[in-house]
Ligand binder design. Structure first.
Ligand SMILES: [Zn+2]
Length: 315
């Protein structure tokens, strides 16, 4: 027991201990203690939650309804907040034209993986909180007059990690687009591969790109839209092989995180590294498009890229 005490002392804990309990303030402080500060706290609690959101960029309090109407873009500084896949589809696709594919597909936890909690429990929790089955929604719909195959990822589902469901749903979408001679748009966001599915997750990179190669061979256009953040396995596969690669303003785009790169290369990273603006300057992406202009610009690109294409033969 004595040894433990000595170890504590050598760690320098002794010096920090007095600071934890500061000496009582002078006698005048007693009058202040009596002030009923609780009243102001309870008044704050009366403000209903979910009415206002603080913009992380300009610190403005934005009215939630206003934020929703502005497609989750700050009305003051144009900061792009994360947006759910269903909201995004709603903002792009004509009403009642979207036919979802493989809506019920869900992961079966092939490795019986357990990290902090069992993987299957993690999936169930995310399914309950997000009302999604996995991190991507795929389907065919109309953007203005253009019929397109559209895949939209959702970061709120396990950081939109690329697992076997995301890979399979996207591959089926790409194959459907090739079969129906449709242009393809994939709106990506991702924290990387889904480690809970190990190698099965990594092989989705090759599988999706294989399907994209057949789509490209049929001379069909593929537009990749990168949103904040698009990283790791997704960026290293289908997100970076679009005929046209566009991004939302301020989106973080990269493979490994900046800290890992800094530690590996032992070099200072340039300012703005891994942002959409930096990548546009360096030629990795073709354009940065604000969310509110996305629908019109996609329509323009699609009509340009499909001009002169003979209409699809009747089925
Ligand atoms: Zn703002």
């Amino acid at each position: 027991m004595a040894t433990t005490q000595f170890t504590k002392k050598t760690l320098g804990l002794e010096t920090s201990e007095p600071a934890v309990t500061p000496p009582p303030p002078p006698t005048t402080a007693t009058t202040f203690v009596k002030k009923p500060k609780l009243a102001s706290k309870s008044r704050k609690r009366e403000i209903p939650e979910g009415l206002w959101t603080k913009c992380p960029k300009c610190s403005t309090m934005v009215f939630d309804k206003e934020l929703d109407e502005n497609l989750k873009v700050c009305t003051q500084c144009q900061h792009h907040f994360p947006i759910g896949s269903r909201e995004r589809i709603h903002s792009l696709v004509e009403t009642c034209t979207f036919e979802e594919m493989d809506a019920g597909m869900t992961s079966v936890d092939p490795l019986n993986f357990v990290d902090r909690i069992p993987y299957i429990t993690r999936i169930q929790e995310h399914q309950a909180s997000t009302k999604l089955k996995d991190a991507v929604i795929t389907g065919i719909g109309k953007i203005n007059d253009q019929r397109v195959a559209l895949g939209v990822m959702d970061f709120s589902f396990i950081a939109a990690t690329l697992g076997s469901v995301v890979g399979e749903k996207l591959t089926r979408l790409i194959e459907k687009a090739t079969e129906k001679e449709l242009p393809l748009i994939i709106i990506s966001t991702s924290g990387g591969a889904r480690m809970q599915e190990g190698m099965l997750s990594l092989m989705q990179m090759a599988k999706t790109c294989g399907a994209l190669a057949y789509h490209a061979r049929a001379k069909l256009p593929y537009i990749s839209v990168l949103t904040h953040p698009t990283t790791a396995g997704v960026m290293a596969s289908y997100a970076s092989v679009g005929d046209l690669i566009i991004a939302e303003p301020g989106a973080m785009i990269g493979f490994a995180g900046p800290r890992v790169i800094k530690d590996t290369t032992q070099a200072e990273l340039p300012p703005g590294f891994q942002t959409a603006e930096f990548l546009l300057d360096h030629g990795l992406i073709d354009a940065i498009i604000p969310r509110k202009e996305m629908k019109e610009r996609l329509t323009e690109y699609l009509s340009f890229m499909t001009v002169g294409r003979k209409p699809a033969p009747a089925a």
